[in-house]
Design a binder for this molecule. Structure first.
Ligand SMILES: Nc1ncnc2c1ncn2[C@@H]1O[C@H](COP(=O)(O)OP(=O)(O)OP(=O)(O)O)[C@@H](O)[C@H]1O
Length: 264
């Protein structure tokens, strides 16, 4: 890690009617860092990602990418600037091939549009061929088994491979920051171990990539993130190494309830 803040949130707040889903949250993500985001169901974790990626506009507060404010920018512009994400529920194009799903993830980096396709088809075709080669390389670098399945429709993949493909597609936009929303959901222990190894492989090849990862699987949270922040009722209640935060009474209460934590 470089100590340089790539992504920063200041005083992030959002209200939905009477509900304060995010309440004055500050965070910093350093270059090359993996930051875990944990908290009970409904705590506001996905809301945080939605605020960062421009799907939600904060009621107050700001997000900066390398000191440039992201507030008010449309979601596609934020992807172009270097923040990409996966979603809790699959957003893959189910009928398209694995390779085509990755090529679509690259579209913010390819320059031919509809007019090029109509008026300068050879240019568009050339770009597409390059994109296919690049998408193949990317798939291979994320997972050899995904690469072997590159011609299959996304809908035919096993659940764990779909999750891998979502990560590959998000990486296709060549992000500086990757946001992973519960990547291990629906996975058994074996798949989760493979996912941990995949993410390690990704960061080994891209040491500057910064990752925020929302997770419920504590094995993954214990192994991957350098630092973990804990959210409850839209507020940040703790931050530190997994070893530090796991024993904090405040964190145990959030997960177990006050009485149970006292007996834990
Ligand atoms: N668009 C919205 N309109 C109204 N309420 C919303 C909206 N988005 C989120 N919320 C509310 O904000 C709160 C936080 O939701 P969020 O999905 O961020 O929680 P979470 O921590 O990601 O939960 P989980 O772990 O179950 O995925 C919840 O009470 C949710 O109902």
């Amino acid at each position: 890690m470089s100590g340089h803040a790539v992504l920063r949130g200041e005083g992030l707040t959002i209200r939905f009617g009477g509900l304060v889903a995010m309440d004055d949250v500050d965070f910093v993500l350093e270059a090359g860092e993996i930051l875990g985001v944990i908290g009970p169901n409904g705590a506001g974790k996905s809301t945080l990602f939605n605020l960062i990626t421009g799907l939600y506009r904060p009621s107050a507060g700001k997000v900066f990418l390398n000191d440039r404010p992201l507030n008010g920018l449309p979601a596609h512009r934020i992807v172009q600037m270097g923040v990409s994400r996966t979603f809790q529920s699959s957003r893959l194009f189910a009928d398209l091939s694995v390779l085509d799903n990755v090529i679509i993830g690259m579209h913010s980096r390819t320059h031919s549009g509809v007019f090029d396709a109509l008026l300068r088809p050879s240019k568009a075709r050339g770009e597409l061929q390059q994109a296919a080669a690049k998408a193949g390389d990317l798939l291979r670098s994320v997972s050899a088994s995904l690469y072997d399945q590159r011609e299959r429709a996304a809908s035919e993949l096993a659940q764990a491979d779909r999750r891998r493909l979502e990560i590959a597609r998000a990486l296709a936009a060549e992000p500086k920051v990757l946001l992973l929303d519960e990547p291990s959901s629906g996975m058994d222990d074996r798949d989760t171990d493979a996912l941990i190894a995949d993410i390690r492989g990704i960061t080994a090849r891209r040491p500057e990539l910064s990752i925020m990862i929302i997770e419920h699987d504590m094995r993954l949270v214990a192994e991957l993130p350098h630092r973990v922040m804990v959210i409850e009722y839209g507020r940040k209640i703790a931050e530190g190494s997994f070893q530090d935060i796991r024993n904090m009474p405040r964190v145990q209460e959030a997960y177990l309830g006050r009485k149970a934590a006292a007996h834990a």
